[in-house]
Each structure stands twice: as C-alpha cells, then as structure tokens.
Design a protein around this ligand. Structure first.
Ligand code: 4NP
Length: 153
C-alpha cells in the first residue's frame, strides 16, 4: 500500500487489509505500506489516522513511516497506490515490464479502468478520513476476494 507521506492513506489501507485477512484466517500474505516521499520516515501515523482507525477497530499505534524503494518490487507481488501521482512516482522506479505490471491504483479494484484516486485527507478533517476509510474498506474487500480465489486456484 503506497501513498505520498505514509502517514494517512497507506497506513489505513494496510490496517484494513491485515484485519480482513486475519478475520478470514489467511496467514500467508505479507502486507506493508510505504510513502513515495521521505518526509515521515520513522514517524508515527497522523493522529487523525490513528483516531479514525481506532473508531473503525484498527490499531495503527505501532505504525512507523518508511519510504518506498526499488527493493519493494522484489518483495511484493502487488503494489497498490492511492493516487495518480503515486502511480507515476512508483512507475518511475520500475525497470521491467513485470515490475510495472505490479503497480495498480487501488480504486481500480472497485471501478476497473476508471483510474480514480483516493483523495489525500491531509488538509481535511474527520469526514475526509472517514470517506477515505470507506473507499479503502470496499477496495480491500475485493482484494481479499481475489486472494481467496488465488488460494483455491
Ligand atoms: P498521505 O498524506 O500521503 O495519505 O500519507 C500526506 C501526509 C503528509 C504529507 C502529504 C500527504 N506531507 O506533505 O507531509
């Protein structure tokens, strides 16, 4: 899960996906988050992110920021980005077709091909964080369905 700062959208996305996988006893998937920027490396999630997570049953208190790196292409099969700028920044680091194909806008899981972005709630308030949560929650439902399908295939 990748956003710009790794303190708002991608930590929420990671927390949601981990919880959904735990609820289904899916233990073989590794989930992590990162930012394209280095502004918040080692830092905690935004306080509003932590509060929104808590309200929705997700504990983000142990989150620490890290920056996306080229090595992530070797570690992860799927790289979900939150917006079109994240997409461009991550694609810039890809050097093969295989790496490029791993990168997806997360909301394309909900509306394939629409190329919608998860709006950055950084300048917003609780309502904006809740809207982000709802979008990511729906997208993660589909991601879990796909993982379950892969598990059966
Ligand atoms: P995020 O939000 O990319 O969803 O974590 C942001 C957080 C911090 C900044 C920008 C976006 N910032 O400029 O510090």
């Amino acid at each position: 899960m990748v956003c710009l700062g790794n303190i708002c959208r991608s930590p929420i996305a990671k927390g949601i996906l981990i919880k959904k996988l735990e609820d289904k006893n899916i233990t073989w998937v590794e989930v992590d988050s990162a930012g394209t920027a280095d502004y918040h490396v080692g830092g905690k999630a935004d306080q509003r992110t932590v509060e929104n997570g808590m309200k929705n049953g997700i504990n983000l208190s142990s989150h620490r920021g890290r920056q996306f790196s080229k090595r992530d292409f070797d570690v992860f099969d799927q790289i979900y980005v939150m917006d079109s700028q994240n997409y461009a920044d991550v694609i810039d680091l890809a050097t093969t077709k295989e790496e490029t194909e791993k990168v997806k806008l997360i909301l394309d899981e909900l509306k394939p091909g629409a190329h919608l972005s998860v709006p950055d709630p950084w300048f917003g308030g609780e309502k904006d964080f809740e809207k982000v949560f709802t979008m990511l929650d729906k997208a993660c439902d589909i991601i879990v369905d796909k993982i379950q399908f892969d598990e059966k295939a």
